[in-house]
Design a protein around this ligand. Structure first.
Ligand SMILES: [Zn+2]
Length: 465
């Protein structure tokens, strides 16, 4: 496996700390609002990484945290009149629904910051004792000048390095950051009642879940500075080891060429996108360009992705394939099909998704040609099924029965109505009343429903083109 390390800024061979095991931590969402496409892209890209490591036979320990205490959450609590756990439980459940829809594998650990307060307090107390922290009137601060390797991650000059987001108190250095904010409403601590700073949360959780640091720390490129820089600095000073061997960062999501942001009012909730587009299509699209590249969301590109995913399901249709099941993390995997091994090799080159998707496209074209030549060849069909099944595991899409995929966007009531119309049409056909049968077909066509008469009976799909 080759990875691009965003600290060393080069492609490196991945060497795990422990043989055949990889520990990955992905900075997760702050749970005060619904998740947007930026969250979706980060989750989907690093889910692809998760899948590649499973397919390579690694034991993967994957953690993604929830920041469930934070200034933004407190603000939302005031606005909504909901208490902390009501609010954060609500958004965590919503987030997990979105992730499930996008076929993101459930992480092995989903630590919530509020469940690790004791660990955060002991980390801060330790840093204070070692002389890395000092107290001001509004909190405990980290003294960045005490860490000789500060800024070794982001390679920033100190002059660029002003964290204007912090309250302007008399910090010793402009880059110093808050470890603990004094607040009468929160947790008891030896240095005073309060709550943790964001940068401390992740480090304390990583230290509790993993021994001696991570193989891979991942997140959006906007987190490299200050969040990851500050996480790494605390770990270095508290533990004398580096927080992670490799740092991976995904690019921004732009909407029609502009950076997505709340202030520009062009941020897109996953749940809204899922109302319009099939979740597997959204996943396909979000991972179709390289994770480090900035992603430009556009309907034209989404339509192109749909064509490609449709082809996957048309092949499933030709082979009449039902649902596939996803990875079972209790098993060790080793792909058998040539195509999945080829795609895995493509992705092992720091997630070269374009090459892997080209391998998929080529496989589908060839499969269709072979089926044209030998439509009754059972062993060919079994080989193709094996290939598709393993490709679904690797890419995280293509799990559904083909007809379920092509019926996307039809409500349960509509489905009942369609079934009833098909029944009526069958009866009309039996009575040789072809004009009624044609009328029903035309009526359904008006609803964008296409009927296909097969030897097994009439099936239908929605024309989503
Ligand atoms: Zn973090």
């Amino acid at each position: 496996m080759k990875l691009f390390d965003s600290v060393k800024k080069e492609k490196l061979d991945f060497i795990p700390k422990k043989e055949n095991e990889v520990c990955i931590y992905l900075c997760g969402p702050t749970t005060y609002d619904d998740a947007h496409l930026g969250h979706a892209r980060s989750s989907v890209c690093f889910d692809l990484l998760h899948r590649v490591f499973i397919a390579l036979g690694f034991r993967v320990k994957f953690a993604r945290n929830y920041t469930d205490i934070d200034d933004k959450i407190l603000k939302k609590m005031k606005e909504s009149g909901r208490n902390l756990s009501e609010l954060t439980d609500f958004y965590i459940a919503a987030y997990e629904r979105d992730m499930k829809a996008l076929n993101v594998l459930d992480p092995d650990f989903k630590p919530r910051a509020t469940h690790f307060i004791r660990e955060m307090i002991s980390l801060i107390a330790h840093l204070q004792k070692q002389g890395f922290a000092y107290v001001l009137e509004d909190g405990v601060y980290f003294d960045t000048s005490k860490d000789k390797s500060y800024l070794s991650l982001s390679k920033r000059g100190l002059e660029q390095n002003i964290t204007r987001l912090e309250n302007e108190v008399a910090k010793k250095n402009e880059s110093d950051f808050v470890l603990w904010k004094f607040d009468e409403n929160f947790y008891d601590a030896p240095f005073g009642k309060g709550r943790p700073g964001w940068h401390t949360e992740c480090v304390a959780m990583i230290n509790s879940l993993f021994n001696e640091g991570l193989d891979i720390h991942a997140g959006g490129i906007d987190l490299l500075f200050p969040h990851h820089e500050n996480e790494a600095s605390q770990c270095r000073c508290a533990n004398n080891y580096e927080l992670a061997s490799y740092w991976l960062h995904n690019g921004f999501v732009n909407i029609n060429g502009e950076k997505m942001s709340k202030s520009l009012n062009n941020s897109f909730f996953i749940k809204d996108a899922l109302n319009e587009f099939h979740p597997e299509l959204l996943r396909f699209y979000l991972q179709s360009s390289h994770y480090r590249a900035h992603f430009n969301y556009s309907l034209e590109d989404l339509a192109l992705s749909k064509k490609r995913l449709d082809k996957f399901y048309r092949l499933k249709q030709r082979l009449d394939l039902k649902e596939f099941s996803d990875f079972d993390k209790n098993k060790i995997y080793s792909f058998e099909s040539e195509v999945a091994n080829r795609a895995l090799k493509d992705l092992s080159d720091e997630l070269n998704i374009s090459k892997a998707l080209a391998t998929l496209d080529e496989f589908i074209v060839e499969a269709n040609l072979e089926l044209d030549k030998e439509p009754k060849n059972i062993s060919l069909k079994l080989d193709l099924k094996q290939g598709l099944e393993e490709l679904a595991l690797l890419f995280g899409f293509g799990f559904l029965a083909w007809n379920e995929y092509f019926q996307f966007g039809v409500s349960r009531e509509q489905k009942e109505l369609i079934m009833q119309k098909i029944q009526e049409r069958n009866e009309a056909k039996k009575m040789k009343d072809f004009s009624t049968a044609d009328k029903i077909r035309a009526e359904l066509a008006q609803m964008n429903i296409v009927l296909l008469d097969t030897p097994q009976g009439t099936i239908w799909e929605k024309n989503n083109a």
